[in-house]
Unconditional design. Structure first.
Length: 166
């Protein structure tokens, strides 16, 4: 879910008939214990924003949506696997608590290096597919627990027989 922002620029863009597009910037953190070691990438030309260089790196991020019911989507990230760098991390079990952070930055704020953005964060849930050339991950929200189910809603009759539902 996109966090609520009180920034007037983002609010104006959200209600504009011709909004300025957001630029997606990604940080892939293989180990949550070392958040200063990450891979920063984007689909756009290589750019430096907030002291971090986001390299143009082949990837496909899809499946993210916002449900009105509050259900969490599980987006997918397919990323290039040059020299099997991700394969070795997966085989070593190093991606157990990997995180993906997506920053949505307005193009104007990106060019002016303004620290104004929308942010989403996911954990790597599982490896969907791995080949010599690509790796596909299923992502889940940090609030989406592993094997965590809520009980179904139940109707239990009232304690007092004189009470009715209608």
């Amino acid at each position: 879910m996109l966090p609520v922002t009180s920034n007037p620029t983002h609010m104006a863009e959200a209600t504009s008939l011709t909004p300025e597009p957001y630029v997606e910037l990604f940080k892939f953190i293989p180990n949550f214990n070392t958040p200063d070691q990450f891979m920063a990438f984007t689909n756009h030309p290589t750019i430096n924003w907030q002291g971090v260089t986001y390299e143009n790196f082949p990837h496909d991020f899809n499946g993210y949506n916002i449900q009105s019911t509050g259900e969490q989507s599980r987006p997918k990230l397919q990323i290039a696997n040059p020299n099997s760098v991700f394969s070795s991390l997966i085989l070593a079990g190093s991606l157990r608590q990997a995180q993906l952070i997506r920053y949505l930055v307005l193009r104007k704020d990106l060019l002016e290096d303004n620290n104004i953005f929308l942010r989403n964060k996911w954990l790597v849930s599982k490896v969907m597919n791995i080949t010599r050339d690509t790796v596909s991950f299923e992502l889940r929200s940090v609030l989406d627990g592993v094997r965590y189910n809520l009980p179904a809603r139940q109707y239990i009759s009232p304690d007092f027989p004189a009470t009715s539902m209608g």
